[in-house]
Design a protein around this ligand. Sequence first.
Ligand SMILES: *Cc1c(COP(=O)(O)O)cnc(C)c1O
Length: 234
Amino acid sequence: MSNLFHLKLKIMQVAENLKKVLDTIPDHVKLVAVSKTKSPEVIMQAYNTGHKIFGENKVQELVSKYESMPKDIEWHMIGHLQRNKVKYIVPFVYLIHGVDSFRLLVEINKQAKKINRTLNCLLQFHIAEEDTKFGFDMMEAKEMLQSEEYKSLDSVEISGVMGMATFTDDMNQVRKEFRQLKIYFEELKSNFFQNSETFREISMGMSSDYKIAIEEGSTMVRIGSDIFGARNTD
Ligand SMILES: *Cc1c(COP(=O)(O)O)cnc(C)c1O
């Protein structure tokens, strides 16, 4: 069979996979289609079905896709973000999921202020057992939110929380961690964001665990391989 045939098959699959995934997600949950490592041509197959929300985890790749692709795409930065790279994405990014330190938030505020933008961010919480995953714990988050320096930031808006569960087959463990993130969300909401309409997102759930995440209160799922197939590199 020719390469062209394989390419066409793959393209049809992306649209079909996306439709299947969307069919399993309730209306109040937003789907971020995670397009990392995928080419603009492949991503366009999802875009052409009408889907406009995509997530990337590397700054350089995100910038290059932003530049070459339609401007009505809502780009989400879902990966670990280094402070020295914040300035490259601030002009166009819609939401930064992985804010995992006060210093990072301060830098986002600084860069956003320079161009008169207010940027929406999620606080990433460490909910997994692995200590390789980034994120706040509750005490750090509260300390930050209580500080005068935080209160002086006027170019960022915290719109919720984000977390990644442990990489495990034990779905009870995964469920427990998502449940914890939801508890963190409620606690922050009642302590710091009671009157905020913006603070409403719980970004949790990937291909392997998004159904559980939705059951546990996710408002935003980040799904890659179920839509685009396995990644070659990561
Ligand atoms: C890659 C990635 C995802 C999507 O993972 P899949 O298993 O391919 O669905 C979600 N969130 C983050 C932060 C990622 O880096």
